[in-house]
Ligand binder design. Structure first.
Ligand SMILES: C[S@@+](CC[C@H](N)C(=O)[O-])C[C@H]1O[C@@H](n2cnc3c(N)ncnc32)[C@H](O)[C@@H]1O
Length: 350
């Protein structure tokens, strides 16, 4: 998480709740200024902290859409003691709920649906329930679905799966799977990864923490073989659906923890040129996974995609100790108007 230092009000925030709901930090700045501040904060955290040369830091890639980009909102529905129903965001660090009827960073289709969502959710909320956590999502086709009340309410039928097109391929995802929140920037990051390395005829691409298979599927044609490791079964179900949909025969999928499977996979691939993308959750990598990555001599390049610069800095220090050197730092603004930032790191053997 990146915390802005000084904030001088220069533009009128689009959202009347800016400063109250806690979701956005930068609506009062021109977008260029927000990007410059994010770069400075990231440089302090990674470049200075790790004593890296400035010239490996690439300019931040802006989001093609700086408002109305989020394809997912998480909302709380609450029944108060006086019977009133509220739907909105819990204010950080409090028990207070901010009623929300519009969110300037959520996709327009989601905003258009919020009134209906509240009506439907209130109707569905059982009498004895006081609180429900709602998830509402949309894909490129513009259909909105929601869930969060009742068992299996996040399950979707295959015909309803959301999708977005990346690198010419439809990538399907669902209400119950992780998927990147900003679809507009995905093509840029996939293309950047693709362009940085020399893909040989026998390159094996390891998509670690693969979710529904976004990166492995988008880049499947570049590799001889793709190996995905993902622990969430619902995501693996979607990854399998994606593989079947595209009739890809060079993808192997492992269900479980990266730190459990990685040692055996790397041993099996010993001698073959391998490239790995690691895209862990906010907490970063398990120490055992870093040790394994250090020992894997057939791994030629490593990409680390992180949504948490703090855990990234910690892991990069550890990766340096086991023989990995940072070659490029590439910030991507996946979350305009908020303090969050996605960073792609390219590492090579030192
Ligand atoms: C940040 S998401 C990235 C998903 C995917 N790369 C994408 O961009 O859509 C992290 C993923 O790692 C999975 N995960 C978390 N811990 C894991 C672990 N120890 N081993 C394997 N997968 C894990 C989560 O279920 C989640 O799907």
């Amino acid at each position: 998480m990146l915390t802005p230092t000084t904030v001088s009000i220069q533009v009128k925030p689009l959202c009347p709740l800016f400063g109250t709901c806690g979701g956005c930090q930068y609506q009062d700045l021109p977008y260029e200024e927000e990007l410059a501040r994010k770069e400075t904060i990231l440089k302090d955290l990674i470049v200075k902290e790790l004593s890296l040369p400035e010239d490996i830091f690439e300019a931040i890639t802006p989001s093609p859409e700086s408002y109305y980009y989020r394809n997912r909102l998480d909302l709380t529905l609450r029944k108060r003691n006086n019977g009133e129903r509220q739907m909105g965001f819990m204010l950080p660090g409090t028990q207070r709920l901010q009623e929300v009827t519009n969110c300037s960073i959520a996709r327009k289709e989601i905003n258009d649906f919020l009134v209906v969502l509240k009506e439907e959710a209130v109707r569905k909320l059982p009498e004895d329930y006081k609180v429900a956590n709602l998830v509402v999502r949309v894909g490129d086709e513009g259909k909105v679905f929601w869930g969060g009340i009742g068992r299996r309410s996040l399950r979707m039928e295959e015909k309803d799966y959301f999708w977005t097109i990346v690198h010419g391929r439809k990538i399907f995802y669902a209400l119950d799977t992780f998927f990147q929140a900003n679809l507009s920037i995905l093509e840029k990051i996939v293309s950047r990864i693709e362009s940085l390395i020399q893909w040989e005829k026998d390159t094996v691409f390891l998509d670690l923490y693969s979710g529904v298979g976004l990166f492995g599927i988008a880049l499947a044609d570049r590799a001889k073989e793709v190996v995905m490791i993902e622990e969430c079964r619902d995501s693996v179900t979607l990854a399998q659906f994606n593989v079947n949909y595209h009739q890809l025969e060079n993808i192997k999928m492992l269900v479980g923890k990266v730190e459990t499977y990685l040692p055996a996979i790397l041993k099996e691939l010993d001698g073959k040129p391998c490239v790995a993308l690691i895209d862990p959750p906010r907490g970063g990598l398990a120490s055992s996974a870093i040790e394994t990555l250090g020992a894997a001599k057939s791994l030629e390049s490593l990409f680390y995609l992180s949504c948490s610069p703090e855990s990234l800095a910690r892991d990069l220090k550890h990766l340096a100790k086991v023989g990995w050197k940072v070659r490029k730092i590439m910030p991507f603004d996946f979350f305009p108007r908020t303090r969050h930032l996605e960073v792609l790191i390219w590492l090579a053997r030192s």
